[in-house]
Design a binder for this molecule. Structure first.
Ligand code: ZN
Length: 220
């Protein structure tokens, strides 16, 4: 597995690749596009460290289990151990801001949901979390006003802003840390705006976070 994404502004930070804590339906427009109700509290799930790959390198799409969807999300890299964190502790623990793709085996997820089974196989498979390198938190003046954009094969597919999150980043970290101790190297994926759709081998992707991160990559 590649560890190249553990960079902040081009400098290796020496953090391990940890778990990825994700939140479902954190934008009302995305919940609506999949006909899902808006949850009353953050709906969390975890991708294991083995799901993490470097987004800047071509990454593999699973072929055996039906449709794979992209979800483009702002993510934060945690640099300190957090348990029952306060807002200030959560803020202090963020050492990097980046972009992640929450790749989802959508057909499999639908089947598992229909049976009332856990989603893990549809969300936590190897390669399910391509992550960018990170930038210093200081480069983002307001975590709740960040443009998130995905262009697939030249067409804008996702164009959102973190202002529309239902659960903002810091309370989301606090809530996560009430259930899962966060450790240095863990990443929080903060949910996708609307526009999710299928991704296929051969697709060319441009992924952008404000004017801080621009990645050109492709799936195979
Ligand atoms: Zn997601």
């Amino acid at each position: 597995m590649s560890y190249q994404h553990r960079f902040i502004d081009g400098t290796a930070v020496g953090l391990p690749t940890g778990k990825v804590v994700c939140v479902g339906r954190n934008y009302a427009d995305h919940a609506a596009e999949l006909n899902n109700p808006i949850p009353t509290e953050p709906m969390l799930f975890i991708k294991p460290s083995t799901s993490v790959v470097d987004m800047a390198q071509p990454f593999e799409i699973p072929k055996a289990n039906g449709t794979v969807h992209f979800e483009t999300e702002m993510c934060v890299l945690i640099g300190e151990r957090l348990s029952n964190a306060t807002i200030q502790e959560a803020k202090n623990a963020i050492v990097g801001i980046g972009l992640g793709l929450d790749l989802t085996l959508r057909d499999l997820q639908d089947k598992l949901k229909a049976k009332g089974h856990p989603w893990e196989k549809s969300k936590g498979f190897d390669g399910a979390a391509p992550l960018s390198a990170f930038v210093e938190p200081a480069e983002i003046s307001d975590l709740q006003d960040v443009d998130i954009k995905l262009i697939v094969n030249g067409e804008v597919r996702q164009d959102g802003n973190s202002a529309h999150m239902l659960n903002q980043v810091l309370p989301l970290i606090c809530h996560s840390s009430e259930f899962f101790t966060l450790e240095p190297g863990d990443v929080i994926l903060t949910g996708t705006p609307a526009g999710v759709g299928p991704i296929q081998a051969g697709d060319q992707l441009e992924v952008e976070l404000a004017d801080c991160i621009k990645i050109s990559t492709h799936a195979f």
